[in-house]
Design a protein around this ligand. Structure first.
Ligand SMILES: NC(=O)c1ccc[n+]([C@@H]2O[C@H](COP(=O)([O-])OP(=O)(O)OC[C@H]3O[C@@H](n4cnc5c(N)ncnc54)[C@H](OP(=O)(O)O)[C@@H]3O)[C@@H](O)[C@H]2O)c1
Length: 341
């Protein structure tokens, strides 16, 4: 008999919705329920697919009034689950972990939490094994996941001594009209930006320098990356290493994909769920090798790149499958295909 691991999703916003969808595609785990605080259109749509829970008893009345059936509160979701994926707004995890520890349930946190909330930080390519058997794991942020995804294969092939990366960050997500900037460019005023220590939690390279600049767009982040290599290599070597990994999408700007708007349009065109692009898109023309340096430009769909990592993190924690098998299974179920067109 196939035993399905019961996964509760605490927080059903940009990330929680997508993690719930990804878990629902697996044949070794299922969604026991999701938590929302507001009985809005997202809750109404979710109630057709998932059991709905609320953070506490006090929230039940407003869901009743909106005609949305509630299965219980966070305590009940914990009772009905074997692991919680915490997708609540950043910073809330440090309060929630006390509840999970008291109730002795494993939990996956997201990149908005500090690294020390968990026993390990997670990226499926660079350090899957560090989370095997752990109870509390943090999937790193969308930017850090984007960097780890493309740097890890190069580190395996040629060694990476130093990372220099400029991160051009989207201002906010598409459904959030409360944040900005809407007409300015906001650099982080600290060197390195917080992405540098974050990347080191999942990718063990000696030196990482990052700078981040927020710009008025909601679609994707763009990273300009320069790696100092352990051994010299050609641009073709890097491209071929990425093409062997399905979570990296090497594409050409020549056939109409020279901007983040067009890459997102491609995701719609190929029928991706919610128009997501789980893969990191690397522009082939930007890949340049010279001496011990490798340079490239990549685009990161912030709403979805971390989603397959959440599924793999659960498998690592419960030792359901080894790294390669888990990644392969997740990719197959989510139709993550790398450079298909
Ligand atoms: N957005 C991204 O691009 C991105 C990328 C990678 C990682 N992350 C990280 O993922 C985490 C979640 O971010 P997000 O962007 O998905 O946030 P979000 O869109 O704001 O969603 C947060 C969700 O948590 C729910 N919530 C709010 N307060 C809650 C509470 N007290 N208890 C339980 N649920 C509560 C909200 O429900 P209601 O809507 O009903 O209030 C909403 O469903 C953060 O750590 C973030 O840093 C975000």
């Amino acid at each position: 008999m196939n035993i399905m691991l019961r996964v509760g999703i605490n927080g059903y916003g940009t990330i929680g919705r997508r993690v719930a969808y990804a878990v629902s595609l697996q044949d070794d785990m299922k969604v026991s329920g999701i938590i929302k605080t507001k009985p809005d259109y997202i809750s109404k749509a979710a109630s057709k697919e998932f059991n709905i829970y609320v953070p506490d008893k006090a929230s039940e009345k407003k869901f009743d009034e909106a005609g949305i059936k509630i299965k219980g509160d966070l305590g009940k979701l914990i009772e009905d689950s074997e692991v919680i994926v915490d997708c609540t707004p950043e910073g809330r995890g440090k309060e929630n972990i006390r509840i999970y520890q008291d109730r002795k349930i494993k939990a996956v946190f997201q990149g908005g939490e500090d690294a020390d909330i968990a026993e390990s930080s997670f990226n499926a390519y660079s350090n899957f094994n560090e989370s095997v058997g752990k109870s509390y794991v943090r999937v790193v942020s969308c930017n850090t996941t984007g960097l780890a995804r493309t740097i890890s294969p190069i580190n395996d092939l040629l060694g990476v001594r130093r990372v220099n990366a400029t991160l051009i960050r989207r201002a906010t997500d598409q459904n959030d009209s409360t944040k900005g900037p809407i007409n300015s460019v906001e650099p982080s005023l600290k060197f390195p930006s917080h992405h540098s220590p974050d990347l080191k939690t999942v990718l063990h390279v000696p030196e990482v320098e990052t700078v981040a600049i927020k710009v008025p767009t909601t679609l994707m982040h763009v990273h300009v990356v320069e790696l100092t290599l352990g051994r010299q290599g050609k641009a073709e070597d890097a491209v071929s290493a990425w093409m062997q990994r399905k979570r990296v999408f090497v594409l050409s700007g020549k056939d109409g994909r020279s901007s983040t708007a067009q890459i997102m349009d491609m995701a719609r065109e190929i029928g991706r769920n919610r128009s997501d692009l789980y893969e990191i898109a690397v522009w082939k023309e930007s890949v340049n090798a010279s001496g011990d340096k490798l340079r490239y430009v990549q685009a990161v769909h912030q709403e979805s790149d971390v989603v397959p990592e959440n599924v793999d993190a659960i498998r690592a924690m419960f030792q359901l499958l080894p790294q390669a098998d888990s990644v392969e299974k997740t990719d197959r179920s989510m139709k993550i295909s790398g450079s298909v067109i």
